[in-house]
Design a protein around this ligand. Structure first.
Ligand SMILES: Nc1ncnc2c1ncn2[C@@H]1O[C@H](COP(=O)(O)OP(=O)(O)OP(=O)(O)O)[C@@H](O)[C@H]1O
Length: 323
């Protein structure tokens, strides 16, 4: 049985068709990533799956339960970590968690024990008695995750869990998600950090402009580019038309000027540096460094979506870090 099965789900906000008919299924125990740039429709998709937005069309099943009209029957199965925290600033960390536990009908002793356990897990025990409103961004995100799993949900939805927070918290959250995944929880994660998706997810759906453009395992997505060789050459100075000249001199390789001081060489054969360096020297260009690049999911994303590395980098910067 699938933990989640979505068919032809759509959502429009006025003139904006935010989600244009997405279909996918998440296996039980899977860590599934929805990856895409800002405005792609990730949050809207998650909101429809968690009952925060009503789809205009399509069907949703969660844990085998038809949730198309209402999520009520599957509510106990899911945990939600929204991108903006829904916790109360005037309550302490401990009180917030106990309050959430009470909403799930947990008994007092049970909820206090669970709240203390989760505060410990996330390194927040010392801040347990402090008001949530005074927490740092990273602490807020961690407590929001703790609140989302207070009732041991079988399926956890997280919307951009590592965006805009400090590096130490990012590491802690990623490790926590990996542990939760190992323990068997189904996790659906939205992110626009390609390397985060590559590191954590079993399968990834690339979502662009309201549509899923591809869904596959990280290994399968990476397979076509694994055999490809890529070398980055740092050069002392650039000369007009250098890449065109290189391409005609070395037709088995592809050349791209990634910046004025850097050329990317791509080939399906091992790249021989000697002839390249000599050719460039003859043109008055010195190679100051040659580095073999590891193929990454970012390359796959760029190939499939047509979105350039620069676009994704800008998206990351806009998001305010998280690395
Ligand atoms: N409540 C709303 N009212 C109007 N338009 C909306 C609303 N929510 C989302 N949209 C629009 O729908 C599109 C998809 O937005 P969504 O937030 O789902 O994207 P996203 O992939 O989660 O982006 P981000 O990474 O920035 O969070 C965008 O064009 C957005 O402006």
């Amino acid at each position: 049985m699938h933990a989640i099965a979505v068919k032809e789900m759509k959502k429009r906000f006025g003139d904006v068709e935010a989600v244009k008919g997405v279909s996918f299924a998440v296996r039980s125990g899977e860590l599934f990533g929805l990856l895409g740039p800002n405005g792609a429709g990730k949050t809207t998709t998650i909101n429809m799956l968690t009952g925060l937005a009503r789809p205009d069309a399509g069907t949703i099943a969660i844990g085998g339960i038809d949730c198309t009209g209402s999520l009520k029957a599957a509510q106990h199965l899911i945990g939600i970590v929204p991108d903006e925290s829904n916790l109360y600033p005037e309550l302490t960390g401990f009180e917030n968690l106990c309050f959430c536990a009470a909403l799930y009908g947990m008994r007092r002793s049970e909820r206090e024990a669970r709240a203390s356990e989760l505060l410990e897990t996330f390194g927040l025990a010392k801040a347990a008695a402090r008001k949530f409103g005074g927490y740092s961004k990273g602490m807020k995100r961690k407590l929001t995750i703790a609140a989302g799993i207070i009732h041991h949900p079988a399926i956890l939805f997280l919307d951009e869990p590592t965006t805009g927070i400090d590096v130490a918290s990012v590491r802690q959250i990623r490790q926590f998600l990996a542990d939760l995944h190992k323990a068997g929880t189904t996790i659906i994660l939205t992110t626009h950090y390609i390397e985060e998706a590559e590191r954590l997810c079993d399968r990834i759906a690339f979502i662009v402009d309201g549509r899923i453009v591809t869904i596959d395992s990280v290994a399968n997505l990476m397979q076509p580019i694994q055999e490809r060789q890529e070398v980055l050459l740092a050069i002392s100075n650039s000369v007009t038309g250098l890449c065109t000249e290189l391409a005609s001199a070395f037709p088995a390789q592809a050349f791209e000027a990634v910046s004025p001081g850097q050329i990317r060489v791509e080939s399906t054969q091992p790249v021989r540096l000697g002839p390249l360096v000599r050719f460039l020297e003859d043109k008055g260009v010195e190679v100051t460094e040659a580095r073999k690049a590891r193929p990454s999911l970012e390359d796959v994303f760029i190939r499939i979506t047509g979105l350039g590395a620069e676009t994704m980098r800008k998206e990351k910067e806009k998001a305010g870090g998280g690395k």
